[in-house]
Design a protein around this ligand. Structure first.
Ligand code: ATP
Ligand code: MG
Length: 142
């Protein structure tokens, strides 16, 4: 399905609604250019999961954990160069439905394609001509 967002707030609201329907374990990929709104999407998603912690970009820490109804593992793989690197950092358990106890939500999943291959939902946020407009596409695997 597709949703046209006209503001940061609408993107967060959309993510918040999605969070209310999601059950763990679940692996969500977030695609889109720099500044598309992936981190803002996670902010709204965490609100929908009743997480109280401040959502910040894990660009340097690679992963942040927020405790909501279930744990939310927020990844930013921007600085990860390969699947080998992701494996060395011990991330594979967060992408295995048998060991995942919460939601893994991942910015820049393209940087470790094997790691995220068993994803459940792919979200793509596309910038449109208007500065605050975004096209959000949601696709479930299969
Ligand atoms: N409709 C919209 N939805 C989301 N963000 C928007 C929208 N319109 C404008 N913005 C702005 O775009 C920026 C999105 O920043 P954000 O950090 O969420 O992007 P990102 O995709 O996580 O980038 P990065 O790849 O660098 O991590 C913010 O400054 C936000 O205010
Ligand atoms: Mg980001």
């Amino acid at each position: 399905m597709e949703f046209k967002s006209e503001s940061e707030k609408q993107t967060m609201q959309f993510a918040k609604q999605l969070a209310r329907q999601i059950k763990a374990p679940c692996i969500i990929l977030l695609k889109g250019d720099l500044g598309a709104g992936k981190t803002h999407f996670v902010k709204g998603f965490a609100q929908g999961m009743k997480a109280r912690a401040q959502v910040t970009s894990p660009t340097f820490t690679i992963m942040n954990i927020y405790q909501g109804k279930v744990p939310i593992y927020h990844f930013d793989l921007y600085r990860i160069g390969s699947d080998e690197e992701a494996e060395q950092l011990g991330f594979f358990d967060y992408f295995d439905h048998d060991s995942l106890d919460g939601i893994s939500i991942v910015e820049w999943p393209e940087n470790a394609p094997d790691l995220v291959q068993n994803y459940d939902i792919e979200i793509t946020i596309e910038k449109l001509n208007d500065e605050n407009s975004r096209l959000i596409k949601l696709r479930r695997r299969d």
